[in-house]
Design a protein around this ligand. Structure first.
Ligand SMILES: Cc1ncc(COP(=O)(O)O)c(C=O)c1O
Length: 357
């Protein structure tokens, strides 16, 4: 008798630990027919233009790329003149987690602003206003918001509008790193356009991989006057896939219907369930759970117990904060098993973390 293999583990490290959604895989298989023009000159990429116009408004155009870092580097370069700098948060992925690709590949200076909850405000732009025109200063030409943020919080449409209006008054373009834009829209129950085009966003790095795709994202240009040249920069930045149809087919699977929303809603709901389970243990969560991530202060012995089974990332070792993230395929049983183990470990080791110092 053959023994069935053990069920594959689902972790809480990142939504990109998840596999691909079956509907995405089916779309890739369906696109695997005959020959098609390369480099995006194919029917799938053409249809993607209609889909992004439906989702983001008639001025929107999509440029499929290979990954989120690439989307950000291309989008930020396009939104910025040669002398431009990018205002972002200190927690921003572009600042912390792209190994200086915006600086080295894009030639962009980042002006990182501290925040407590991952969100920029108009006042954060005001602090750079006086430097505009000073030849000694890198010129703030773009603001980059992450939606949902690296801390799992979301900007409401009104909050985006306020930052975008101030940015435009200062002559800056507005970029959204939307690796998890779908999670924010799902949480706020608004359309993708209501969170971007309608509130003054000029360009979006539109997520795919974290919400069910195999690989790939898209740069979605909303204001082509403020954000020119993405087609040329994409190749120069090594983000133009020759078999682009397979990236576009995945994006179609996600955004043509409601798969993007179903996946994001599910991941968010699993994070809510996880948050409730964590709260029940008495551990301290450090930010509100507004998308698919939970940040919790976890004593080291508890983290070690849990890591015997599950992977998750340290977020801030000074405060013993870890990040727990849910994906489109996280199940209630996954969450409950984690929370049961967490509660048992907290009973053994206690909930207190050493004071940061
Ligand atoms: C907010 C955010 N932006 C961009 C990225 C970059 O994606 P990639 O790893 O595909 O380059 C990530 C990945 O974790 C992310 O979390």
């Amino acid at each position: 008798m053959t023994v069935p293999p053990p069920a594959p583990a689902r972790h809480f490290a990142s939504d990109n630990y998840a596999g691909a959604h079956p509907e995405v895989l089916a779309a890739v298989t369906a696109a695997n027919v005959g020959h098609a023009p390369a480099y995006g000159d194919d029917p799938w990429t053409a249809r993607l233009q209609d889909v992004v116009a439906a989702r983001f408004g008639p001025t929107a155009s999509a440029f499929p790329v290979l990954n989120g870092t690439g989307a950000n580097v291309v989008a930020l370069q396009a939104a910025s003149p040669r002398w431009g700098a990018v205002v972002c948060t200190e927690q921003a992925h572009v600042h912390n987690d792209e190994n200086a690709a915006p600086e080295r590949v894009g030639g962009l200076k980042l002006l990182a602003v501290p925040t407590t909850d991952g969100r920029l405000t108009p006042a954060d732009l005001d602090r750079f206003a006086w430097t505009i025109g000073d030849v000694h200063r890198a010129q703030p030409c773009v603001v980059s918001l992450t939606q949902s943020t690296e801390l799992g919080t979301v900007y409401t449409p009104a909050q985006v509008r306020a930052v975008a209006d101030r940015a435009h008054e200062l002559g800056m373009a507005v970029h959204v790193d939307g690796a998890r834009l779908s999670n924010a829209a799902a949480r706020l129950d608004v359309t993708l356009a209501e969170l971007t085009t309608d509130v003054g966003v000029d360009v979006v790095s539109l997520g795919g991989t974290k919400n069910g795709m195999l690989l790939g994202e898209a740069v979605v240009v909303l204001d082509p006057d403020r954000v020119p040249g993405v087609d040329l920069l994409r190749k120069q930045s090594m983000q133009l896939a020759s078999k682009a149809r397979f990236v576009s087919a995945q994006l179609l699977a996600l955004y043509e219907g409601d798969l993007w929303l179903r996946c994001a809603r599910h991941a968010n709901a699993m994070a809510d369930r996880l948050r409730a389970g964590v709260d029940a243990t008495g551990l301290v969560t450090t930010v509100p759970t507004q998308s698919n991530a939970v940040f919790v202060q976890m004593p080291a012995p508890v983290a070690a117990d849990l890591r015997a089974t599950w992977r998750f990332y340290d977020w801030d070792r000074a405060t013993s904060t870890v990040r727990l993230m849910c994906a489109f395929d996280t199940t209630p049983d996954d969450v409950d098993a984690f929370c049961t183990a967490l509660a048992a470990s907290v009973r053994t080791h206690g909930a207190v973390v050493p004071a940061a110092g």
